[in-house]
Design a protein around this ligand. Sequence first.
Ligand SMILES: C[S@@+](CC[C@H](N)C(=O)[O-])C[C@H]1O[C@@H](n2cnc3c(N)ncnc32)[C@H](O)[C@@H]1O
Ligand code: SF4
Length: 374
Amino acid sequence: MSGIRHLYVHLPFCAYRCGYCDFVTLVGREEDHEAYADALLTELELERPRLATELETVFLGGGTPTFLATSALRRVLASLPRAEEVTVEANPETVTPDLALVLREAGVTRISLGAQSFQPHLLEVLERRATPDVVRRAFYHLRDAGFDNISLDLIYGIPGQSASDLEHDLEAALALAPEHLSLYELEAKPGTRFTHAHGEELKRQADAMEGYLERLVAVLTAAGYRWYETANFCIAPEIGDGRDLRSRHNLAYWSGRDYLGLGIGAVSTVGELRWRNSSRLRGYVDALASGRTPPRELEPVPPEVRSRERAMLALRLDQPLPLARFAGSLDAAALSRMEALALVERSGEGEDGTVALTPRGRFVGDAVAAELVV
Ligand SMILES: C[S@@+](CC[C@H](N)C(=O)[O-])C[C@H]1O[C@@H](n2cnc3c(N)ncnc32)[C@H](O)[C@@H]1O
Ligand code: SF4
């Protein structure tokens, strides 16, 4: 079957703005929710010829998709093409039993719940509204509605977070037995309100963080989770019910597949072209209201650039790279150097050979990938 099989839909509205967040978001704007849904659906119709009739994955991300007016969210979900995996990002404080049922009945198969931390003092630093109990309650509402594939997002490296705080967060997350966990190291962008407010503490935190990734990998793998991507873990099939619980949508990105993104700020990569929709709501809604493609920035991505990107992303995964496919993007001398340092290991010979990062290599994966990929 031809056509793109992975669709991202951006729902930018949030009830508030967390200080550390750098995503394309808009606070409130309830009066614009329905018009935005109309525009999204028009963009979908304009782009539909590029899509396969049956998709593998749809991902509704934000912003806060579950903050969108429920009628608009229902319309969007009802109009999207069918897909085997349909994920919605949810903020805990928006998840009621009713909303969980709306999502379930609309065919959503997977929820990514933004917990971030289970400790009040760290949630306060992040300016989150959901308390640990609200996070837990949201999780149970989703379970009660029948969701059997829930991911929790946690952030580590929060100013003031000690090693025992990290252990506590992992323990609290594991107590819920989510199928999937994403552990993101806090990224504090220069110039943001957050960096301004916590600059000194962020520097201290960076120094104190040595070993945090090793620690969390040890805890989660001991609990039966597969460390399948640098920041992502899922219950291993042999521990769970045999399902492969990796995020299929994100695996598509990490495997360098084509994907289509709808909505403000959304990125699409199709063949040798990448485009990013403008982040401005008015320009997006007005263009689509008159049936025109929204304003976009285009960027050519020649095959050698895509190969390099694919190699960088593939090195984040726990599966070996086939050398026959990636040899052109890997520096042979760097490969031998990294091998001597026990950061990568090769197996097999010639065309059949593969290369993989060792566990030690994965802990410094970005630096190893930067050396290896040419
Ligand atoms: C696109 S956000 C939206 C999710 C949802 N609105 C929420 O806040 O829970 C998806 C995830 O990215 C992560 N994230 C956002 N900003 C981050 C930052 N500055 N550093 C690290 N992770 C971040 C959070 O874990 C968040 O759950
Ligand atoms: S709720 Fe999520 S998307 Fe919205 S501002 Fe906070 S982190 Fe960003």
